[in-house]
Design a binder for this molecule. Structure first.
Ligand SMILES: [Zn+2]
Length: 156
């Protein structure tokens, strides 16, 4: 994916549709096929290499002549690091949509987990997690009624 895919006004934000030049790529990887979320038009990219570890910071007292100090992380390749492919799901977005994405992560992290028991005993695997369905969800999913088979999953 190029940063400027169109010659006439920049690149379209995949989320809000704004067309401009200042786009960012959100890189996401969580060992799950995120493209199962069909409402999100992820791209994919893979990087082949070794996973590095943080190894302090490098400090520039006058970064690019700005008069301001700036620190950048330094990385070290562990001796036993093996080369492998890392697959990422990507979105090209504008800075405002990136800000919304970062706020969404902050909200998710601050919120408590949603492990509400509904008492139905019917569980569903959803986006890699398991949760108990509500009566309304069961009725919607199995509109003809009848017996619903319940399969127990090992708890995490
Ligand atoms: Zn946007």
């Amino acid at each position: 994916m190029s940063e400027h895919s169109d010659d006439d006004g920049g690149e379209t934000c995949q989320r809000c549709g704004e067309k401009d030049y200042d786009r960012r790529t959100l890189w996401m990887a969580c060992f799950y096929q995120m493209n199962e979320m069909r409402e999100v038009p992820y791209g994919q990219v893979a990087i082949r290499g070794k996973v590095c570890e943080p190894d302090g910071v490098e400090r520039f007292e006058d970064f690019l002549g700005s008069g301001r100090a700036r620190e950048f992380p330094k990385w070290r390749v562990p001796d036993d690091a093996k080369e492998s492919d890392r697959i990422f799901y990507t979105l090209r977005v504008c800075k405002e949509c990136r800000a919304d994405w970062m706020r969404a992560i902050a909200s998710w992290f601050a919120a408590s987990r949603q492990d509400e028991a509904t008492g139905t005993g019917a569980y569903i695997r959803e986006q890699g997690g398991i949760r108990e369905m509500t009566e309304a969800e069961i009725a919607q999913r199995f509109p003809k009624g009848g017996e619903v088979r319940v399969r127990k999953f090992k708890s995490r």
